[in-house]
Design a protein around this ligand. Structure first.
Ligand code: SAM
Ligand code: SF4
Length: 462
């Protein structure tokens, strides 16, 4: 596979079978000064099995997470627009040869209705997702850009969607330019597995069967001017240590060629998918403890890259992973196109089953209870703090201050307009607590934003 040196990864994993306490401390000290780790150092951390050493890794990851991201956690919801697909990925319910699910590509008005449903719940950030096949008579890119336009147009009172990230199949450079022009935030594409032989086995037919075309999509998106890119691996297809190093090799390639790494890394684990036999028995099932280690090692290896956790994971796991490095989570997801408002009878097939079924309000409440600030902010994207500019800001910790203010003001808007009584009470207490910790300048700024919110202004940010 292009850009991924399998032999190097295998050698590193073989070399680091053992790590002593001195070596571990040196690596963790480096990570705690927010320096990028080498592949060898990340491999060494991944090889740790001793519970005492693992605990040290977890503590270091929590330290880095807190120092760079503070207590904020960004919330988003996926919007599945279609489950039509020409590919046959063995793990996915949308695969073309799966006759068990009901197929549906939402019409443009239906997409708007789904966006309005999410707005009514309080969502502001959407991840648009779909299979690789447009409704008949339309090209993929036309379908995507029409969908994005209508989602941004959707309104509920003073509320509008602030940022649409997109997870869709690879496009050409020209098509990526159109996607960028439609106003997307991050373009996300998961390589699924960085192990070439496994890749071929998992993707037997369709355009996705070419791993180089898929990995090159990231380069094409950059070339087209999309500088916030999200990558990911689907954990469970191959050895988790190999996949983690594959992700980090991919990061190195991006840094070398484009001077900026990925904006986010996603770490989905395979979940049961209707009609996709392999998803019920993933060939390399990763345990909860191994999974926590992966998140912690990624946090230490690429401190400035956001880590995304979806509702594939259950509530307990998601809470644990937040302290180890996750910075963005989805909430109240539905993986069936139209699923937010459809009754049980009319539900189209979902992509996989979900571990966390809580409502947005419940998740906001749980975050507050764990002293995390739920954030609906999209200020960086709107102020064009993206790509390298975002990373430059993120590095000295500057972004953390702005993020906290934006998180608090977007939380205030959520509490005033959408929260249940209890969440509103707890959230306002949290806001008071964090307000008290700010310096005078920030207090003044936030006080001003809050007064705007109280007088009915919405969508405030710095
Ligand atoms: N169809 C496009 C593609 O494959 O790139 C874009 C969207 S696809 C619906 C989004 C992601 O869902 C895939 O990249 C894959 O990692 C993930 N996925 C597929 N089947 C899954 C399963 N059974 N459990 C968890 N994640 C799954
Ligand atoms: Fe289609 Fe994507 Fe599912 Fe593969 S993972 S079958 S490409 S929707």
């Amino acid at each position: 596979m292009k850009y991924i040196d399998e032999e190097k990864i295998n050698n590193l994993l073989a070399d680091t079978a053992k790590i002593d306490s001195r070596k571990l401390d040196i690596i963790l000290k480096k990570a705690k000064s927010f320096q990028r780790l080498t592949l060898g150092e990340s491999a060494a951390l991944l090889s740790v099995n001793d519970p005492e050493y693992t605990q040290k890794i977890f503590e270091a990851a929590s330290f880095v997470k807190d120092a760079i991201y503070g207590r904020r956690v960004v919330l988003f919801a996926p919007l599945y627009i279609s489950n039509l697909c020409v590919n046959t990925c063995l793990y996915c319910a949308f695969k073309s040869d799966n006759l068990l699910i009901k197929r549906k590509a939402l019409t443009i008005p239906e997409i708007k209705e789904q966006a309005r449903w999410l707005l009514r719940r309080g969502h502001k950030r959407i991840l648009m997702v779909c299979g690789e096949e447009a409704p008949s008579g339309k090209s993929n890119i036309d379908y995507y850009t029409e969908a994005i336009k209508v989602i941004y147009e959707a309104e509920v009172g003073k509320h509008k969607i602030k940022r649409i990230n997109v997870n869709c199949a690879p496009l050409s450079i020209d098509e990526f330019k159109q996607l960028k022009a439609s106003g997307i935030g991050t373009y996300q594409i998961f390589q699924e597995t960085y192990h070439e032989q496994t890749y071929h086995r998992m993707h037997p037919k369709g355009p996705k069967s070419d791993p180089d075309n898929r990995i090159d999509a990231v380069d094409r998106a950059f070339t087209a001017g999309i500088d916030d890119i999200g990558i990911g691996a689907l954990f469970g297809l191959f050895d988790y240590r190999f996949e983690s190093l594959g992700l980090l090799c991919h990061v190195e390639h991006m840094e070398e060629k484009f001077k900026v790494g990925p904006h986010t890394i996603s770490v989905p684990r395979i979940e049961p998918a209707e009609g996709a036999e392999l998803s019920l028995r993933p060939p390399y099932k990763i345990s909860d403890d191994e999974f926590k280690k992966v998140v912690a090692v990624l946090r230490l290896s690429v401190p400035y890259t956001g880590i995304i956790m979806s509702t594939r994971e259950n509530a307990l796991m998601r809470d644990a992973l937040l302290s180890l490095g996750v910075s963005q989570i989805s909430a109240e997801s539905n993986t069936s196109p139209g699923g937010y408002s459809a009754g049980d009878q009319e539900q189209a097939g979902g992509q996989f089953s979900l571990g966390d079924q809580r409502s947005l309000d419940e998740i906001v409440g749980a975050l507050i209870a764990h002293d995390y600030i739920p954030s609906f902010c999209a200020a960086c994207y709107r102020m064009e703090r993206t790509g390298e500019k975002f990373m430059q800001l993120a590095k000295p910790g500057t972004i953390k201050g702005k993020c906290s203010l934006n998180a608090l003001v977007t939380l205030k808007e959520y509490l005033d307009d959408f929260a249940s009584v209890k969440v509103k009470q707890d959230g306002n207490k949290m806001i008071e607590r964090y307000f008290g910790k700010l310096d005078n300048v920030d207090q003044k700024m936030l006080g001003l934003l809050f007064s705007h919110v109280s007088s009915g202004v919405r969508d405030e940010y710095v």
